[in-house]
Design a protein around this ligand. Structure first.
Ligand SMILES: NC(=O)c1ccc[n+]([C@@H]2O[C@H](COP(=O)([O-])OP(=O)(O)OC[C@H]3O[C@@H](n4cnc5c(N)ncnc54)[C@H](OP(=O)(O)O)[C@@H]3O)[C@@H](O)[C@H]2O)c1
Length: 254
């Protein structure tokens, strides 16, 4: 009979390590639920995003102003968890700091739209949001921007946008926000939208994300929300900028 050699003992040792590893790892271990912070959750797109999130395992919090209407927003997120409301104004840096303080936030979804014509709105809010996101170790910042943001406007010069007062200043502001995000070091997904159908319009299920930045297409907020939530944790969406295409919809609205 031959004596067990060094290789033999090494093999036994490796087998013992492997057995210990598998015993310590529960079979079908669920990944920890992601903690998602929604900005603009009381808005039309934000509400659609909350509805999509309710079908996931996510732990959801919403940052909203004190007087924002929460009417019609279910207080439950996925798996019967209660939505946490963080009260503040995004134009107030201290409110943003307070929302992030001591809280685990894995994903930020920005569905905010400026309504008072401040052409520096996005530039103002992105600084504190990104500083806090970096510090909190946010894994993905999903930002809703607009077709035509920054230099992208050059691709849409023939659409008569010059007739819309202030649009070029607002698109410039959106472009600055995108640049701040891309340069922040926080993993990002930018989804540029346009030509939104009324919030009551149901999803077509036909909208897709495209890297073709010459696309301008109508879309429903419901589809946009589905695409947004579908991007959470998807490596194909990380550090990418998308437009949306839905060939099943007409523009102008029928
Ligand atoms: N609507 C369009 O035609 C259009 C076109 C292109 C792109 N987009 C983009 O689509 C996204 C959503 O649009 P939407 O029409 O669905 O938005 P919306 O219904 O107007 O909702 C805007 C949201 O932003 C919140 N908000 C605004 N200022 C805020 C502040 N200072 N602090 C905290 N929250 C603030 C609002 O809160 P309150 O509930 O308190 O008002 C609301 O929840 C945005 O990213 C927008 O840029 C929209």
């Amino acid at each position: 009979m031959c004596k067990p050699g060094r290789r033999h003992w090494l093999a036994i040792l490796l087998a013992a390590f492997a057995a210990a590893f598998f015993l310590a790892t529960p079979v079908n271990a669920e990944p920890a639920a992601r903690s998602v912070l929604v900005l603009g959750g009381t808005g039309q797109l934000g509400r659609a995003i909350l509805a999509e999130l309710s079908a996931t395992h996510a732990v959801v919090s919403v940052f909203a102003r004190e007087n924002s209407s929460r009417a019609g927003i279910p207080q439950q997120a996925g798996e019967g968890r209660t939505i946490e409301w963080l009260v503040g104004d995004l134009l107030n840096e201290a409110d943003i700091d307070r929302a992030f303080a001591g809280r685990r936030i894995d994903i930020v979804i920005n569905a905010v739209r400026v309504e008072d014509g401040d052409v520096h709105f996005y530039e103002k809010i992105m600084g504190p949001l990104l500083r806090n996101s970096r510090r909190a170790g946010v894994q993905q910042f999903i930002h809703h921007s607009a077709v035509g943001a920054g230099d992208n406007v050059e691709k849409f010069r023939n659409l008569g946008w010059e007739r819309v007062p202030g649009i070029f200043e607002r698109l410039k502001d959106q472009g600055i926000a995108e640049t701040l995000l891309r340069e922040s070091g926080v993993p990002y997904t930018i989804i540029r939208n346009a030509r939104l159908y009324p919030a009551s319009q149901p999803a077509t299920g036909k909208a897709v994300l495209t890297e073709d930045d010459s696309v301008i297409s109508p879309m429903t907020r419901a589809d946009l929300a589905r695409l947004t939530v579908g991007c959470i944790g998807d490596p194909r969406c990380v550090n990418q900028s998308f437009h949306v295409s839905d060939p099943s919809l007409r523009w102008p609205l029928p």
